[in-house]
Write a protein that binds this ligand. Structure first.
Ligand code: F6R
Length: 612
């Protein structure tokens, strides 16, 4: 949430900042702004997208080799240009960009007001920059010292970058709870919320740790200290990300590209970890903590949104295959409900971004109680990947469309491998079933390619139902979480109200909603409980509901009843979500496009939810 980018070096900062902000726009697009140092300070900010900022700065002085930029997802105060970042100190010398929330800002604000400070915006950020100013002038502190002292008074989460026109050759950056990456180039530094604005300039990066402050100078000097004033030795890492993966590659939207990428991302997730011919699955982190996994009396899976849905699929997988009891929790509920966590529990934290604030807080809680915390994360080097005891990356590559697609199938693939590895070690499935599932899993990317062949048909169905006001998604067993995920995809990008339900549960309430205007999307690939789902569809048809059924190739009974049928290749039930979710992703995508919605940047959403 909110994207930060900063530059200091020998080149013009503005184009670097703007390109960086465009890469970070998935983190928020309520407003955007830059501050450039060139003798004095030039500050430009605008409500709306980075493109609005570009239009606004047309013909204005954008020179300067030091600058900071921000794209905002509003927390405190409306998304207008007064609340847009950067925020300026009262004396006009300092400018600051911030991602996170200063929880004690109103107390600090009152204290500063008593000292004569006045504020223009409603933001917590403006309070922080005034506090730094106050400390500088009251105690004659350098910028770096004033930032350090100010941050020791702040409660909450922050990633910040500050510049001071009186110390023009310097950037000061700091983080706690919100991510910040430093890029080290030749005689230049970049700072950003993630590596995407940095990658085209340098591959050498330092991930700043919580409560660390970096001072970066125009002459190539870098120092990192803790808020407690201890000098740290930076750990410089080499990025492996390729720039092409950040482009749309000929697709109209990132979301469509990412849906199509699933043929390769699922294969990438399995690469080097599964060999069906030789009959093995090896996840390094699971092997390392084999003992803890074998003795686990319970698994608790935590996540938010789509990641939570992947966790629900894993509940079916771990219980069915490995016979381990599983609880799946929303991270935001788990952290605040005084949960019972035992040392014998294994906690699996699921997150695409690796930065979700609620998931991070839940992990901290679980670690305090002595449980093993295993992260399943996409973004390499993210906060969750560094906070967990062990983990596996899903290797889906950058997911830029705000609606998660390939990360979901990456998470499910990884969790399927994990369940199979544990089931095999624990002897809870037969050798022949294990081998069958391995072979089938290895073959899933080919089947995904065949599912994608349904795209024109899905496009047609999307046109037929795109004007609906509501939609109901149904599924049973492994396909129940898929129904939830389908409904979430539709809601977030097309703004159509949608609900996901277990098919049999429909008659306990939602059936009252069904009439000829209600599309009911039923994921019915199950071999298990097939007859039951046929009956559920009959119940919908009896109320004139419009049925869109996703079935396995060659299926007859449902196809005859449904208004529209999408056939996908048959697979084993535990692997069904990897195929059945894809038509639902495409359906949401084409409905949203048909309704003229901004698919990659839906209103009010941000990709990385770094606030509670
Ligand atoms: C939905 C979506 C969100 C995220 C959720 C968790 O398409 O993208 O619901 O799944 O915000 O994010 P991560 O997985 O980054 O922790």
């Amino acid at each position: 949430m909110c994207g930060i980018v900063a530059y200091i070096g020998q080149r013009e900062a503005y184009p670097i900042l703007i390109k960086g902000l465009q890469r970070l726009e998935y983190r928020g697009y309520d407003s955007a702004g830059v501050a450039l140092l060139n003798g004095g300070m030039h500050i430009y900010k605008r409500q709306g997208k980075v493109s609005d900022l570009i239009a606004y700065t047309e013909g204005k002085d954008k020179t300067g080799q030091v600058g900071i930029g921000h794209t905002r997802w509003a927390t405190h105060g409306q998304p207008n240009h007064i609340n847009a970042h950067p925020h300026c100190s009262g004396n006009g010398h300092l400018n600051l960009v911030h991602n996170g929330i200063i929880e004690n800002y109103s107390l600090l604000k009152k204290a500063l007001e008593k000292l004569g400070h006045t504020f223009e915006s409603e933001t917590d950020t403006e309070v922080l920059v005034h506090l730094i100013e106050e400390l500088q002038s009251r105690d004659s502190l350098t910028l770096e010292e004033a930032v350090r002292v100010a941050l020791s008074r702040v409660i909450g989460a922050y990633a910040i970058v500050v510049i001071d026109e009186r110390e023009p050759g310097k950037l000061v950056a700091a983080r706690k709870g919100s991510p910040l990456v430093l890029g080290i180039g030749d005689d230049e530094f970049l700072v950003a919320s993630d590596a995407t604005p940095i990658i085209e300039h340098t591959k050498r990066v330092v991930y700043l740790n919580d409560e660390e402050i970096a001072v970066l100078s125009k002459d190539g000097y870098m120092q990192i200290k803790t808020i407690g004033n201890e000098v740290q030795t930076p750990y410089i890492q080499e990025l492996t990300l390729e720039i092409e993966r950040l482009e749309k590659g000929g697709y109209d939207h990132f979301m469509l590209k990412e849906i199509h990428e699933q043929t390769t991302t699922i294969a990438d997730c399995m690469r080097g970890r599964l060999n069906a011919t030789e009959g093995w699955i090896r996840l390094g982190g699971v092997e390392e903590f084999q003992n803890r996994f074998m003795k686990a009396e319970r698994m608790i899976i935590i996540g938010c949104g789509t990641s939570w849905h992947a966790g629900l699929v894993a509940e079916y997988l771990f219980e069915d295959l490995a016979r381990i009891p599983v609880e799946v929790e929303y991270a935001s509920e788990f952290r605040y409900r005084n949960p019972i966590i035992r040392e014998s529990d294994v906690i699996i934290a699921l997150s695409q971004s690796g930065e979700t604030a609620d998931t991070l807080a839940a992990i901290e809680l679980a670690r305090e109680k002595g449980a093993l915390v295993y992260g399943v994360v996409n973004v390499v080097g993210s906060s969750i990947s560094r906070l967990t005891d062990a983990g596996s990356y899903i290797h889906a590559g950058p997911e830029i469309g705000v609606a998660s697609t390939k990360a979901f199938t990456g998470q499910v693939t990884l969790l399927t491998m994990m369940a199979l590895q544990l089931a095999h070690s624990r002897g809870t499935i037969s050798e022949s079933y294990y081998q069958r599932l391995l072979t089938e899993l290895e073959n899933i990317p080919h089947k995904v390619a065949r599912v994608l062949e349904c795209e024109p048909q899905i496009q047609y169905i999307a046109q037929e139902i795109q004007d609906s006001h509501n939609a109901l998604y149904l599924g049973r067993g492994f396909n129940f979480p898929v129904a939830l995920e389908g409904a979430l995809k539709l809601k977030e990008i097309s703004y159509i109200h949608a609900e996901g339900y277990p098919a049999a549960e429909m008659k306990h309430g939602p059936i009252a909603l069904i009439d000829e205007n209600m599309p009911v999307i039923v994921t019915a690939t199950n071999r298990n409980a097939y007859d039951k789902i046929v009956s559920n569809i009959q119940e919908v048809k009896a109320r004139k509901g419009k049925v869109i059924a996703i079935v396995s190739e060659g299926e007859k009974a449902i196809s005859e009843m449904a208004d529209y049928t999408i056939e996908i290749p048959e697979t084993e039930d535990p692997l069904a979500p990897l195929l059945s979710v894809i038509p639902l992703q495409l359906l949401s995508y084409y409905i949203a496009v048909g309704r003229g919605c901004n698919v990659d940047q839906p209103r009010n959403l941000a990709k990385s939810v770094t606030v509670e």
